[in-house]
Design a protein around this ligand. Structure first.
Ligand code: PLP
Length: 448
C-alpha cells in the first residue's frame, strides 16, 4: 500500500466553526489586519504555529492523571528523567516552563558582554536571550540556504568553514558555546545532517568550546537523517537521535514541539559547574529543580511524548504530510521555500506577489487574504516581523502535530490555489500604529 494514513484514530473531537467571508472581513478590520489579534474561535484552520498546539495521546492523558504534584522529588520528575537520560545521555537535566526559560538560564550562566554565540541560525527567542546576556548572536548558515529555491537535502547545516574562520578571527576565549538548531526553524525547518553535527563538534573540540543543541525538533531531524543521509537507513529514529545528543555537551529543548506537550522545556548539560549555577538560577526564577515551573502532570506528559515522537509510523506520516502540502501547492505554481521542511511550509510571498514591494508587506497581505478567503490563519515572516533585517518575505504555514487530517490539508491546498488564482487583486499593507519591539504581535494595519 502506498497511501500514508494518519497513524492514529480520533477519540475526542473539538468542533470547528465556519464563518462567512463577510464575517471574516469584519474580524480583520476589528483586529487592524493583524491575525494575532483575531480570537481563535473565529479561525477555521489554525496554522499560526506548531508550538504547544499538538494533540496529546491517550497515553499522555493517562500520564496526566498519574502526575505526582509533590513539591520536591516527585515521581513525575524521575519518570521524565529516566526517559530524558536514556535519550540524551547528558549528566544533568532540569525541567523549565518553556524552551526560552532554558535559554535564558543557559546564556545567563555561560555568556558575558563581548562574547559571541554562533549558530546555524538562532531562533528569535534564542537570539533575544543571547543578546539579553550582553553577548552577540551570530548566524552561520551554509551559503546555499539563502536561495529559497535551492534543493538541498540538509539545507539547515552550519557553515563549518565560517565557524572556523570566526573562531580564528575572534579567539576561542570569546566564544563560550556553539549552538546548532535542529531542525533549523528560522531557516525553513530544514534539517542538519549528522556529518555536519560531527564536523561542528570536531571544530568545537579542537578549540575547547562546548556544543549545545537547540533540540526542539530533534525527532523530525533524526527522521530526515534516516531518509537522506547515507548509512542511517537501518537505524531507528531513537538511535539516530541518541547519536545526535552524544555529539553535544548539552541542549535546550521546548517540549511544545517534539514532545507533543502543551507547555514545558528542558535544559541539559554535561558540565557540573554550569549545572550548579543553572540550578541556583532555576530556583530563583522557575522553581525547585525537580519541577522547574511545571506541574507534575506536565512532566509526565513530556516523558510519554518524548518516546512517542520517535515512533517510525508517526515520523513517516509527519514528514510526508508536511511535504504533501508543500508539493501540492508548489506543483501548481505557488513558490515555496524548497525543499519542504519538517514542521512548516513557507510560501515565498515576494515571488508570488511581485506587484507588492517589501515595504508594503507581501507576506502579511497574503496572510490576510488567506484568512479572508478561507478562514486559515498563518503568519508572516518578513519585513513586518523583522523590519529592515528581513532576508525574505515569507508566509509560514506551521502544521500542529496530530491535529489536522488530510482533508483539512486538502482544504488548505484548495484555498491557497484559489488565492493564487486571483493574486493580482491582492493589495499591499500599511502600518498605522506599532510598538518599537516585536511589532508583529500588536501592530495595526490597513489595506492600501
Ligand atoms: C519554539 C522554539 C524555541 C523556544 O521555545 P518556547 O517553548 O517557545 O519558549 C527555541 N528554539 C526553537 C528552534 C524553537 O522552535
Amino acid at each position: 500500500m502506498r497511501t500514508i494514513i494518519e497513524p492514529f484514530r480520533i477519540k475526542s473531537v473539538e468542533p470547528l466553526r465556519h464563518t462567512t467571508p463577510a464575517e471574516r472581513q469584519g474580524h480583520l478590520e476589528a483586529a487592524g489586519f493583524n491575525l494575532f489579534l483575531i480570537d481563535a474561535r473565529h479561525i477555521l484552520i489554525d496554522l499560526l504555529t506548531d508550538s504547544g498546539t499538538s494533540a496529546m495521546s491517550t497515553e499522555q492523558w493517562a500520564a496526566v492523571m498519574r502526575g505526582d504534584e509533590s513539591y520536591a522529588g516527585s515521581e513525575s520528575f524521575f519518570r521524565l528523567k529516566r526517559v530524558a537520560d536514556a535519550l540524551t545521555g547528558f549528566r544533568h537535566m532540569v525541567p523549565t516552563h518553556q524552551g526560552r526559560a532554558a535559554e535564558r538560564i543557559l546564556f545567563t550562566v555561560m555568556c558575558k558582554p563581548g562574547h559571541l554565540v554562533p549558530s546555524n541560525t538562532h531562533f528569535d527567542t534564542t537570539r533575544a536571550n543571547v543578546e539579553y546576556s550582553g553577548a552577540r548572536a551570530v548566524d552561520l548558515p551554509i551559503a546555499e540556504a539563502r536561495d529559497t529555491q535551492a534543493l538541498l537535502d540538509f539545507k539547515g547545516n552550519m557553515d563549518v568553514g565560517g565557524l572556523e574562520a570566526l573562531i580564528r578571527a575572534e579567539g576561542a576565549a570569546k566564544i563560550p558555546l556553539v549552538m546548532l538548531t535542529v531542525t533549523n526553524n528560522s531557516g525553513g525547518g530544514q534539517p542538519v545532517s549528522m556529518a555536519n553535527i560531527e564536523a561542528v563538534k570536531a571544530v568545537c573540540a579542537r578549540h575547547g568550546i562546548p556544543l549545545y543543541l537547540d533540540a526542539c525538533r530533534f525527532a523530525e531531524n533524526a527522521w530526515f537523517i534516516r531518509e537522506r543521509e547515507a548509512g542511517y537507513a537501518d537505524w531507528t529514529p531513537k538511535q539516530i537521535a541518541q547519536k545526535m545528543f552524544r555529539l553535544a555537551d548539552g541542549c535546550t529543548f521546548s517540549a511544545k514541539k517534539d514532545a507533543f506537550a502543551n507547555i514545558g522545556g528542558l535544559l541539559c548539560t554535561n558540565d557540573d559547574r554550569v549545572f550548579l549555577e543553572q540550578t541556583n538560577l532555576l530556583i530563583l526564577t522557575e522553581g525547585f529543580p525537580t519541577y522547574g515551573g511545571l506541574a507534575g502532570r506536565d512532566l509526565d506528559a513530556i516523558a510519554v511524548g518524548l518516546e512517542e515522537v520517535l515512533d517510525e509510523d508517526y515520523l513517516r506520516y509527519r514528514i510526508a504530510s508536511t511535504g504533501y502540502l508543500g508539493r501540492h501547492i508548489a506543483d501548481h505554481g505557488v513558490p515555496i521555500v524548497e525543499p519542504p521542511g519538517g514542521h512548516a511550509i513557507y510560501i515565498d510571498a515576494a515571488r508570488m506577489l511581485p506587484h507588492i514591494p517589501a515595504a508594503q508587506f507581501p507576506g502579511q497581505a497574503l496572510a490576510v487574504e488567506l484568512y479572508r478567503h478561507a478562514g486559515i490563519r498563518s503568519v508572516e515572516i518578513g519585513s513586518l516581523m523583522f523590519g529592515e533585517a528581513a532576508r525574505h518575505e515569507l508566509l509560514r504555514l506551521a502544521i500542529p502535530r496530530r491535529v489536522y487530517t488530510q482533508s483539512h490539508i486538502d482544504y488548505v491546498v484548495e484555498a491557497i490555489l484559489e488565492v493564487n488564482g486571483h493574486k493580482e487583486s491582492i493589495r499591499g499593507m500599511e502600518i498605522l500604529e506599532a510598538p518599537p519591539f516585536l511589532r508583529h504581535f500588536s501592530a495595526r494595519m490597513r489595506q492600501l
